[in-house]
Design a protein around this ligand. Structure first.
Ligand code: G
Ligand code: MN
Length: 255
């Protein structure tokens, strides 16, 4: 069977049964205290064999068709419901949600998000919306308006994978951002690779000068953590502290 067909069938099954898809949460820790300050919702696929793996085959196919909006609404609803569970005990642990680039461009994201928040009776103020750089470069004027409207809802805006897309420093100048996520690709080279280290150091300094907070992704070892601490990185996400996990596990860990 061709790769496309496999992907198509996986998406159809997921849209029919929804049980195929689950959300896992990867904690984000304060770099100094190591306390959990947030969790990022990540979509996973449960295969018929029971094995759980990344859902990129499904999301990439969904990106091309009309299913995207339903898929994302479902994700947001589930994440709001899960966050409500942990917030009973830990109202300070924020929820990071990933926004799909196309959704950002093609649909009235502000209106739909507002509806979802109201349907789920969620508190928008604990949401950090992650947008990837590619998701806003095409129409900067319109995008700026959407970003300000989103901010107006009360959430925080974060740039995901900063530096790996078509990054433009002017976005940092004009967009109402709260923070940046440093991609694991850069962190992987720290501290041995001089270029990676220079890039990481400089982005943290730049972000802080602009009043933005920084999360380092893909932190896997103590050496990387020490480098990030030395350069005042605010928070850490990665296997060194925690892997993505089902909400039940997260509820125990966050307790
Ligand atoms: O950039 P994005 O937020 O989409 O990346 C999150 C993905 O990276 C998740 O699917 C997660 O499983 C993976 N991931 C998270 N932490 C680590 C890590 O420390 N090392 C590696 N190699 N991958 C990680
Ligand atoms: Mn992300």
């Amino acid at each position: 069977m061709s790769g496309d067909r496999v992907a198509r069938e996986a998406l159809d099954r997921a849209m029919d049964e929804k049980e195929d898809l689950l959300l896992v949460y990867q904690p984000i820790h304060d770099a100094r205290t190591r306390k959990i300050i947030a969790a990022e919702a990540l979509l996973r696929q449960r295969r018929q064999t029971g094995e759980i793996r990344e859902a990129s085959i499904i999301t990439k196919t969904a990106e091309k068709g009309p299913e995207l909006f339903e898929l994302n609404s479902m994700t947001v609803r589930r994440a709001f419901a899960d966050a409500a569970k942990w917030m009973k005990k830990h109202s300070d642990i924020r929820l990071h949600l990933n926004l799909s680039p196309r959704e950002f461009e093609e649909r009235d994201i502000v209106k739909r998000l507002k509806e979802l928040v109201s349907d789920c009776r969620a508190d928008i103020e604990f949401v950090n919306l992650e947008i990837t750089e590619t998701s806003y470069i095409k129409r900067p004027e319109e995008t700026m308006k959407v970003l300000y409207d989103l901010k107006g809802l009360g959430l925080q805006l974060w740039l995901d994978d900063f530096g790996t897309g078509h990054s433009s420093i002017t976005h940092l100048q004009h967009f109402p951002l709260d923070g940046l996520k440093l991609p694991g690709d850069f962190i992987a080279g720290v501290p041995r690779d001089g270029r990676c280290s220079a890039i990481v150091r400089s982005i943290i300094a730049l972000a802080h000068d602009l009043g933005l907070s920084v999360v380092a992704e893909g932190v896997e070892n103590e050496e990387q953590l020490q480098f990030l601490l030395a350069h005042k990185c605010d928070s850490i996400q990665g296997f060194l502290f925690s892997k993505p996990m089902p909400v039940e596990e997260f509820l125990v860990l966050g307790a």
